[in-house]
Design a protein around this ligand. Structure first.
Ligand SMILES: [Zn+2]
Length: 374
């Protein structure tokens, strides 16, 4: 490991690890964890999806007799994430503008690793710590979903995967994914269009009447992709629409999904020609459940106290996105999302402050010490 967290972070972002290609990261981090005296295991989560690596798990026994505490981050990045060339401009680290930076989520990884390194070098007596670096988070939380949970003993944890150091996201919505496959009837557009049933027209009528955008404070809905048709001279017989609904409220999530399905069924039923009736196949699947941690829960209080000890401006917030923390909470590991300093993620303008990387290390250290003290 490099002699400071900045250089270490720069090394990590130079290792390509777009989703499903995390192996080089897992190998590097596994070696670094072993240097810190931490045993590692790479699980077989990737037998359930396409990736060249499983999740990397590490366990540090610690000297204080307490259950372990978990720190997580994801090893994968979005695209374009190959050949990242990090550049330091004053207090800011950016990419060269042709790729993302990968601070999402390598800032979290670097901060966890460096906190453990410094605690070791300082000879601090701490409680046991578990680390989990997941794969394929950006492609549907797949590593977290298929993680080998028999390895994890912690009941509370932090997923470092958010913006401001000192901030905690303590709730996130559930998400359902919907897929509609509309079946119309093919016909020659010039010779006998009257025999056809146009699937694109049905899709347009349905979409027009479907809920969309922000529904209320806790619910959103988006029709994200539509595919159909082969040529202008064919009445199209199939359209596939994909949509998502998110809500912090389970009843509302179901209500909006039901509304969308109902609108679709009504519109499809209106289209028949002779003995042909248009139809639709509907798939509505839960991507992940929502979670909400109480403000007075230990996982929130410990991180707030640690932020206060360091004079960081701490605050708690409710998020609008899903992350590995949704899955961990589903598995009864009370997990808050902690800020690691990343900004403008999923864009080629992504950046992080040098000072924030250092403060992130200090915060993780202080959380471990605060947990160990009480
Ligand atoms: Zn992330």
């Amino acid at each position: 490991m490099k002699s400071n967290v900045i250089e270490y972070f720069m090394d990590l972002v130079r290792i390509d690890s777009e989703s499903s290609c995390e192996k080089d990261m897992a190998v590097k981090l596994s070696a670094d964890l072993k240097d810190l005296g931490i045993e590692t295991i790479i699980d077989n989560a990737n037998q359930n999806f396409t990736s060249n690596s499983g999740n990397l798990y590490g366990f540090l026994p610690g000297k204080i007799d307490k259950p372990p505490i978990l720190f997580c981050a994801h090893m994968d990045t979005v695209t374009p994430g190959k050949g990242i060339k990090p550049i330091i401009k004053g207090n800011k680290i950016v990419s060269d503008g042709t790729t993302i930076l990968g601070a999402d989520d390598k800032s979290g990884i670097a901060e966890i690793m460096y906190a453990l390194k410094e605690l070791k070098e300082e000879g601090q007596d701490i409680a046991p710590v578990e680390v989990l670096f997941t794969v394929s988070e950006e492609t549907g939380l797949q590593g977290a979903k298929y993680c080998d949970y028999s390895l994890i003993k912690s009941k509370l944890g932090y997923a470092l995967d958010s913006h401001k150091i000192g901030s905690l996201t303590i709730g996130a919505p559930a998400q359902n994914n919907l897929k509609f496959t509309i079946h119309g009837k093919e016909a020659h557009a010039g010779v006998n269009p009257e025999d056809g049933v146009n699937a694109i027209k049905i899709a347009a009528e349905a979409i027009k009447d479907m809920p969309s955008g922000r529904i209320d404070q806790e619910t959103t809905c988006n029709i994200g992709t539509i595919k159909g048709g082969n040529a202008t001279n064919i009445v199209p017989n199939e359209v596939v629409i994909k949509a998502e609904v998110r809500s912090h409220n389970h009843a509302k999530l179901k209500e909006i999904c039901d509304q969308m399905i109902n609108v679709m069924n009504v519109k499809v039923a209106l289209h028949k020609k002779n003995d042909f009736q248009a139809s639709v196949d509907v798939v509505c699947e839960q991507a992940y459940k929502n979670f909400k941690l109480a403000e007075n829960s230990p996982v929130v209080q410990i991180a707030k106290k640690a932020a206060k000890n360091l004079k960081l401006s701490d605050y708690v917030t409710i998020g609008g996105g899903g992350s590995d923390a949704n899955i961990f909470n589903e598995k009864n590991i009370s997990t808050a999302i902690a800020g690691s300093g990343m900004n403008e993620v999923h864009t080629v303008k992504e950046w992080i402050l040098v000072d924030d990387l250092k403060q992130g290390v200090a915060w993780v250290k202080e959380i471990i010490l605060e947990y160990s003290r009480n």
